[in-house]
Design a protein around this ligand. Structure first.
Ligand code: 13P
Length: 306
């Protein structure tokens, strides 16, 4: 599969310069993809269709190839690109991952951008692993996202109370390390930890309402000043809207959204897949229009229209 033009790197850079954002919608169940694409098309906006390793290991997206096959059926180059989200070097269960073959396969399948998550490694090892993936992906014209800092929430077991985490700044991306990481890896985008957390994915916590996270915008500004690349906000579900909007003005050019569309799907999938798909469509449309306020931005991001 050839990657359509413009490439994802160009699109995200345009978003960054225009101070708008590209959402990446996670697909833990394959039937979620069609209503997400439809919501992007109907709102004339642009977004990434994303799958993370844990979504084919612990949910029902099947495999990298299964996601790519569904994308070939329902994707729309005027509104979407295919993105490989979180392939960790050490996963949420603390196990080492043989990540290079995963990237090799994704590149062969035509994924248009990829993420190596080395955030559970010491800084130098994170830099070395990310550099390795950057070398592989850039040779194929594919953009790479790296992560620095701890965006918690995917690990099993309870999190410390959110307010305690936020106040202590534990795991926040260090601005000086971010500068070193950017120089050492050549990544296209950097995922940062500034108060954002992932929705839980294990056990009963999967279905629970996520806490409303806040963002430390002053900290984000310091990271932005030290780095020259578009920044990425993971854990995009349920963050206070005013904080998300301010973060977009401060350099966040991509936001990952998983839990907010997964839970409506899971709540309705016992009734019927069609009903669950309509729940995903309604939620995705509301996120695009009301939370992110990006309806209508596909023309400028994809075609460079002013
Ligand atoms: P949420 O599930 O909290 O939206 O996070 C999604 C995400 O960051 C996937 O990489």
């Amino acid at each position: 599969m050839t990657i359509p033009s413009p490439d994802t790197q160009t699109i995200v850079r345009r978003a960054w310069q225009a101070k708008t954002v590209v959402p990446a919608f996670n697909i833990p169940y394959l039937p979620m993809m069609e209503p997400v694409v439809r919501a992007l098309r109907d709102t004339r906006s642009f977004g990434l269709i994303a799958v993370a390793r844990l979504e084919w290991m612990k949910f029902q997206s099947g495999s990298l190839a299964a996601v790519q096959t569904e994308y070939a059926r329902v994707g729309d180059a005027r509104h979407t690109r295919l993105h490989l989200d979180h392939v960790p070097v050490i996963d949420e269960d603390n196990l080492r991952v043989d990540y290079v073959p995963v990237f090799r396969e994704a590149l062969a399948l035509g994924y248009a951008s990829v993420m190596l998550d080395g955030s559970r490694l010491p800084l130098d090892e994170n830099i070395a692993a990310t550099r390795r993936v950057v070398d592989m992906a850039h040779a194929a014209g594919v953009a790479v996202e790296g992560e620095l800092g701890a965006v918690l929430g995917h690990e099993a077991g309870p999190l410390p109370p959110y307010e305690e985490l936020f106040a202590s700044g534990r795991g926040f991306t260090d601005p000086d390390e971010a500068a070193r990481f950017g120089r050492g890896t050549g990544v296209d985008w950097l995922s940062v930890a500034i108060g954002n957390i992932h929705g839980a994915i294990s056990g009963a916590a999967r279905g629970r309402q996520k806490v409303q996270a806040r963002l430390n915008l002053e900290h984000l500004r310091r990271i932005r000043e030290q780095t020259g690349v578009p920044l990425v906000l993971h854990g995009g579900s349920g963050i206070r809207k005013s904080d998300v909007q301010a973060a977009i003005r401060e350099g966040i050019a991509k936001i990952n959204v998983g839990t907010a569309i997964r839970q409506p799907y899971e709540q309705s999938m016992q009734d019927s897949v069609a009903r669950a798909q309509e729940a995903v469509y309604a939620t995705t449309t509301a996120i695009i229009r009301d939370e992110l306020e990006i309806a209508g931005n596909a023309g400028s991001l994809v075609n460079g229209e002013q």
